[in-house]
Structure formats: structure tokens, C-alpha cells
Design a protein around this ligand. Sequence first.
Ligand SMILES: [Fe+2]
Ligand SMILES: [Fe+2]
Length: 424
Amino acid sequence: MNLKAPPIREETRNRCVVVPLTNELSQKLVNISLEQFHFLFEVQKIDFSLFVSIEGWLVEFIKPKEFSKELLDEIWSACLKPKGSFRVCIWRADRPKFEAVINQVRSKKLNRLLAYVPHMDRKTLDVYGQLSSSSQMVVKGGIDEEVVSRVRASASQIVSSVLDSQAALYTLSKMIACDPTLYDHSATVALLCAIISQEMVDRPMSEKEVMHVAECGLFHDTGKTCVPSEILNKPGKLTPEEFDVIKQHTTFGRNELVDSVKQGAPISDLAIRVAYEHHEKFTGRGYPEGRKGRLETEPESGIHIYSRICMIADVYSALLMKRVYKEAFEPGQALKIMIESNDDYDPLLFKPFVGLVVDSVKKYQNKPATPQVLAYDKEAKGKIIQVGAGRSAAESLRTTQGSDAEKSKDNASLENDLNRRKGA
Ligand SMILES: [Fe+2]
Ligand SMILES: [Fe+2]
């Protein structure tokens, strides 16, 4: 192996164990997402080592006894300026310890919301917590029987909890606005898939089907694990070539799930189909194949109903969340953007969804707010801020972020094309 010197500071080189990253070592490691990594700012200690891999080298960056927020900060800054092959990872064997920490932090955050934000629905937050922990297992790759059974258990909880759709929609959007670090794309999509399926007026779905659509929602973006993070999280406009790479996540997802089935994971054919089809648009302008209409009436070229549901859930979910390349939208704004291109969606599904969001906004927006809520600012690395009455957490975050917020707002409005606003 002919490696250049690792691109790390001398101080780090002296403090840490640095070894070439062989294939054998790679097999023993598992990457962790930025979202999960950020949860570690909430803990005082860890009982596993955190590694970074960079350009063919593996660095044991934080050992349990050396754990500090300063070292987390160093990794976080490096993550925000992605260089080539920079990744944060842990030993595969430490995954249970890591997940226990993440689940603990998530539940602390959800309880904090319940205590401080009015009208939050506890059942929705409980279900969301379960979905999010399953979703994190999916995005780590290597989907096996255990992951599939966790996904099924969390999807079935949606139905067994008998969620009120309006309360669930409100809780979901408020949760994302008040604590963006809790946002988990696939968990949000899964919950929205179930809500849309439950609200279908022309063809009521059985509980089993609702669970199945939610399950498909949890697997829909499996292929994104195969897209380089520097493209996935790139601020500003993507080049046409980069956008082509992002588009491939549908094919990557299908292939990944098919491989998992070959290894014995009991993933349904429909979950594979949704992973492949969830960016197809009703009028045929989507990808990867430009399918259009309903499979029920167009068996050759139509889109499966589960994929049509997932597509609406996917776009709405992506619009609610602030990303490095776009601002967050309130439910009403998100809906307005979707209505501007409403022929992308099956009207039989989209119309009831619009009605539901409108009713949910009407029902909850005039409810009195508490004097303050707590919000967690990701960019400020864990700073807790107070949000005054009558202002949303997002507004207060923007105020505290000052010129940076203005800059990203300008970037968002000037740079982003519609596809990216909708989560590509
Ligand atoms: Fe996708
Ligand atoms: Fe998605």
C-alpha cells in the first residue's frame, strides 16, 4: 500500500493511534451519521471509541477516557467542511452501546418537547422515537433479519397506537421546528406514509396495508447510504453530474435491498419497488424511468400506490426540514410549494392530504403558546435557546444566528432549484 501521510495535525498524530485503513479493518467498522454524531453533544461520557477515517487512514480520535466536547467540536468542524473520504465511525461490536446512548438522548429530547411545547401528542412522539431508532439501523447498511423485524415492530406501533392524524401532523412539524436535531427523514416519511394511507377516501386501507406502507417509508432511501456525503450534503446548487449521482440512489436502494434479501433478510418486494420508484412523478417527469399514472390502470407504465404515497410523504418531509442547502418551511408554506406543482402527485391522494394539513394548521395554530420553549441549535453546537411567545423556534434561531442566517437565506433563495427544495 502506497499512502501519503495522513492529512491530520501533528498534535492529533501524537495523541491518537493512526493506522492505515485496510479492507479487513473497514469490515469491523460502521459509519455513523452526522445526525447521530450530533446527539453525542448531549452526553457527559461514552463507553466506546470514536474513530475518523480520512483518505485511507483510521484515527482513534476519542477514547472513552478522553471524551470531551472540545474533541467532538473538532470532529464536527471537520464534518462541516467535508474533505474527500472523511467519515466518523465506531467498532461494529460497539453498535449496541452506541445505539443505547442515542436512544437515551432521543428520549430525553422528546420528553423535553413534551414538557415545554404545548399540545404535543405523546403517542406520536413515542411512535416517532421507535421509528427513528429503526430508521437509524437501516441507514447504517447491512440490513439483516433483525433490522427488518425492528422496522416491522415500529411500523406496527403506528397502527396499534391509534394516532389522530391531525394531532400527529401538528406534533411532527412542531417537533422538527423546535428541535431540528430530532429530524429523521425516513422516520418522518414512514409516519407520513401511514397518515396518508389512513386518510385515503376512495380506497380505505387495512391496518396491515397501512403498516406495510410505513415499512416501505422506512426503507425508501436505503440507497442514499451509497451516495458520497459531500454530494448529499453539498451547500448550494448541484452540478448536473452531481444531481445524476443523487438520482442513482433509487437504483442503489433497489440493489442494496435485493442483496439483503439474497442474504436472507425478509424484505418485501413492495419495499424494494418503493425504494426504486419513489421519485417517479404522476405526470411522468420523475426518475429513474419516467413512469406515470397509476399501476392499477396502467400496468405497463404506472406507479404503484405505495410509491405514490411515499412520494408525497417524501417531498413534504424534506420541505419541513432545514438543510445545508435550503431553509425549513412551515407546514402551510410547504403545502403551497407542493400545490404549485400538484400534477406531480396523484390527486386522489394529494387532495385529502392537503385537506388534512390545512385542518391541522387551523386547529392548532391559534392555540395559545407558552411564554417560552426550549430549542436546540445544531449550528451553535448544542446551545439551548429560549423562544419568546408568539415567535417560532426557527425565527429565534435565525435571530441568534445573525448574519450567517441571512447568508444561508440568500443562498437558499438564489441557489436552490426546486428539485433540491423538495429533497431531490
Ligand atoms: Fe429518495
Ligand atoms: Fe427521501
